[in-house]
Design a protein around this ligand. Sequence first.
Ligand code: SAM
Length: 303
Amino acid sequence: MSTLTGDDTAGGPAREGASPDGLDPLRDVIRRHELAAKKNLGQNFILDLNLTRRIARAGGPVTGRTVIEIGPGPGGLTRGLLLEGAGRVIAVERDSRCLPALAEISARYPDQLQVHEGDALETDWSALLGSSSGKAVIAANLPYNVATVLLIGWLETEPWPPWWDRMVLMFQKEVAERIVAAPGSKDYGRLSVISQWRSEARIALTLKPEAFTPPPKVASAVVVFTPRPAPQPACSVKALGRVTAAAFGQRRKMLRASLKTLVPNPEELLDAAGIGSTLRAEQVPVRDFAKLALVYERSIAGR
Ligand code: SAM
């Protein structure tokens, strides 16, 4: 893992008028299209194409791949993905002011960039992908205010394995740390459990605030997710959600107390799952949460 400011990547930032794709430097694009960043849309842009290319390939090559991008904005990561050889980028952007800038990229890469104006929270991803063959990569410098909601939606996709086979996502560093946290750490919680049960998640890069324009208040990190083909134990995602909500809802309490919001007699459930009833949620490994969810699911099916 490395930490980047946006100026210390190999080759440094793109020189004025010398973008490798022949398009204008992003600073000029933003100026020309008057794309003053809007805080309510989580707009912190990356202007260094060396950096966006590095993010694009953080999870492995994207050559020839179909990529779904959320929030392309003026197109920094979009251009990074295309420069790295993505076959097709399908981008969803809520801010209509960005569309003319994105149209310039489409003109440079005919048939490779499709831009949809809309809200990612309301997007039907399978419909967006259409009949495209094979699985997609999801790549985004996510707007911080909707980042975890989008992530949970992708992780809870049914049926599983999902329509994506890799996600390369930028979060606030604090969120990234919660995603990859191990049991026993203060960051370990519901987001860690769902992320790690359904995928292998790792932090590939961390970025200082200066890598963005305007700089956010906190550092950011890119997390790469690879879906597990058959998460084990094979509980339902719904049951896992209910069990972790109860356990982490009162994370200071022992499970025999916190799970009372789920079932009247948690000790029976914990016994059946082979989990100590005096443990606290943050001490329970992902696998045991899934085991508990499986036992819970069976117990309610048998009622
Ligand atoms: N990809 C660009 C980059 O890396 O420079 C911009 C990233 S910026 C952090 C987040 C982008 O998401 C902005 O362009 C913003 O307009 C867009 N956005 C915010 N909320 C959105 C939503 N609900 N659906 C789609 N796009 C959204």
